[in-house]
Design a protein. Sequence first.
Length: 739
Amino acid sequence: MSQIENLDEVLKKHKLSKPEYEEIVRILDGRHPNIVEIGIFSAMWSEHCSYKSSKKYLNGFPTKAPWVIQGPGENAGVIDIGDGMAAVFKMESHNHPSYIEPFQGAATGVGGILRDVFTMGARPVANLNALRFGTVKGNSDTAKYQRHLVRGVVEGIGSYGNCMGVPTIGGEVSFDECYNGNILVNAFSLGLVKSDEIFLGVASGVGNSIIYVGSKTGRDGLGGAVMSSDSFTEESKSLRPTVQVGDPFTEKLLLEACLELFKTDHVVGIQDMGAAGLTSSSFEMAGKTGAGIIMNLDKVPAREEGMMPYEFMLSESQERMLICAKQGSEQAIIDIFKKWELDAAIIGEVTDTGRMELFWHGEKCADMPIAPVSEEAPILDRPTMRPQYLEAVNAKTVNDYPSVSDQEAYEKLLASLEVVDKAWIYNQYDSMVQTNTAKGPGSLDASCIRIKENGKALAMSSDCNPRYCYIDPKRGAALAVVESGRNVAMSGARPLAITDCLNFGNPENPEVMWQFAQGCEGIKEACAELDTPVVSGNVSLYNETNGVSVFPTPAIAMVGLNECESRVLPSAFRQEGDYVVLLGNTKGEFGGSLYIKELFGETVGSLPSFDYSGELRLWELVIEANKKGLLKAAKDVNIGGIAIALSKMAAVSGKGITAKVEVDASRDIFDETQSRAIVEISKENMKAFAQMAIDLGIKAQIIGTVGGESVKINEVGLGLDKVKDIYFNTFAKTIEQDL
């Protein structure tokens, strides 16, 4: 194990600083590391694996509740959903790989999050995705490339999820020029498992075997975790070799083999080989228990000739797992994977040394203590500074812009890519496989699946408004939690817990670090106030190209439970003649609004203080009224305000609406005041519902009735057919314009 030549060059390539190298030498008792050990430290201490810039701010997230079975720290979070059943879920980012190679980047993002879920013993039953792209309108080179990225990412997601037989039941897509150089691809998966059959990623029991299962290891994805921990430059497209290549057919076999294995008593622990591959999986499994591991890297199944220890440890080849097996169970495990035509090899064993000892054809090629590598990565206290742009941005209001006719504003907002239906995307996904989808993509607000085993339903929604987060990172992040919860509540489900994907720019920029710190405070505040703990998540930093960072984008996925699958509440109109009721007060709030963005091309304004008790009362009203059978439909009022919410409900249902809304200024039908919803109620149920609203202190005003051949809100509107044409056809025309 000789000392490395050209040390400065090697450290630069591995994104390690001189102080970090000195700490490595100290950890190795004064010995200089060899190249394998450098690679391991580089991966484990990368931003992607160690959270060294973010850990300081993640501490203090609310993570506990009576219904939380497993919080952060495992492959995925777990909540109790009653009757001996649990929901397992997590969200992950695959941003950098998807920008470099959109199809494989997005596909392997889906593959990775599915493994995180089924590694816990759960069968994946629902996927969501949260996608952010740059400018796709027009004929500029940027717009053309962004359209290419949209097509590639969507094809990758659909290809992998469809082959796995897991329905993609919803998600969100948004567009802003801040993502021109760095798109965001966040994947969410949820699985179901019996509460007493959950598996953890641990290695323990001296003498227990370490078994490698799944695909063979190749050189694809080499250094992916380190690549994901750096900013983009013009040269970044040369990084294609660091993007993994996925094979969903192999992953389907791996899923079924693992679920068969979990019915036996052979497994101590199991870990997905995700970022940093064999390195992170082995170190994390041993790090959690204080165990040691010996691994013989020449026993690892190889896909390519001439691979060396460094490559085996750092490859991010897909569809692989690491198992800690009970003694005597090795052959039974191997037989299960052979039956499913997958590789399985005993590559090591658990020791009591607390060290990782790696061998190559009998010779030791690395020897390092596990705890300092897995548990003691440097925690950085990076400088923070309130961004200078905020002063000018927060000072502007909607009154600083010239007046625009409400009809012109309505037509522009209705045709916004933020608003229109994304059927072009979700029609490429199988949303009905497994036959449990109760509310799928295009249905508005949350998506829902029924739980066959207990007759209940799970609702889930992914949300974030990057414009809000840009003008106020703390309140914007809090409102992402609120919005995801409100969407879940509008389906009749009680919000229970979140997973997050915190996408931010370069942490070496003090302004970005301030945004991140503020965003974390907003999530902590909202989760505590709403009693929706964080059970899993992911941090993605360095979302920056040529010095320009993306808007702060803390994507939040909320999961909630509906006690009865037959009570899943739709979000589009149901019956002509029913009352349409607006819940909550309209206050003329336009900070970060779609109105200012679409009409004047700017993201400006400020967000007012937020009343969590009012939000919770709104949820309570809808959830309890739904239980009593008083509601036909419910939809939250979000971007584009009341006018756009009503138009969406009309377009999706194919039923018109004429509404009269009390507002202080005519443009307030487009404002984005929080804690509002629209509900549909039959006339005979109105009295009972109105009393519930009074008891909870929520303003409820009848603004119209369902029906007619037009959509009219106060003085603006269009024919219903025209609204449907704009809503359903705009997106496809935009994305396919150069095909």
